[in-house]
Write a protein that binds this ligand. Sequence first.
Ligand code: XBP
Ligand code: MG
Length: 259
Amino acid sequence: MNDLKALIFDVDGTLANTEKQGHRVAFNRAFRDLGLDWEWSVELYGQLLDVAGGKERIRHYLDHFHPSVSQPLDTEQFVVDLHRRKTHHFLSLLKSGGIPLRSGVKRLLVEARDAGLSLSIATTATLENVTSLLETNMGKTALDWFDVVAAGDVVAHKKPSPDVYLYVLDHLGLRPEQCLAFEDSFNGFSASRAANLPTIITVNEYTRWQAFDGALVVLDRMGEAKRPFTVLQGDVGNARHLTLDLARRLWRRSTQRNA
Ligand code: XBP
Ligand code: MG
């Protein structure tokens, strides 16, 4: 009988709501630094989030929205420099304490670690963003909680490609059916599902209306006893927040169904 061995977490939108008031604001500050008259509104950014990866998102914007910029001699260097400026601003926002972990995340991490489960990260975001988010919210030893932290360019193909999840599974030496993934977006779920990982979804304001067919459950948050979740898809019995026990029950139901 398989047992649940590892939890694998997406970062942006799952561990913390980093996009609307974090990454988006950092991009706009970087545009101003470089004298660009670009402005990614909340609505436009929601469209651009269909492209995972900050550098990939800038390239997509250049190619598809033809913003006013004198054609840089070296587009790739332009994108790298702009993205570096953006990361600088995002790290400043994190350090100011402006981006907390989502409801229930820390509690679930503690429950899982106390139960001896392996914890890992599988994200499209830049590693230094992940490190800073975790250390700002969980202290200087935060990274020690995680056996594998797979971030950004560690794989050539970002989500919705499964590569970042396959990278984590390979480094853990585990099969997907021994693990449980946590995601927030269609792109992310496409990646975890392509890696055959049972997946729990916690949506956010950008992803609430996306399709998650095949997810174990779709929630609006992991929640707490005093701040229960809302179930958008799936059956959790009379549970009111995502405990390790509930996650295990959902995982077991899924692996028995697929056995
Ligand atoms: C979400 C992303 C990231 C962030 C921006 O990552 O697509 O690219 O939007 O971060 P995930 P960077 O949901 O997989 O955590 O600018 O560092 O890419
Ligand atoms: Mg995400």
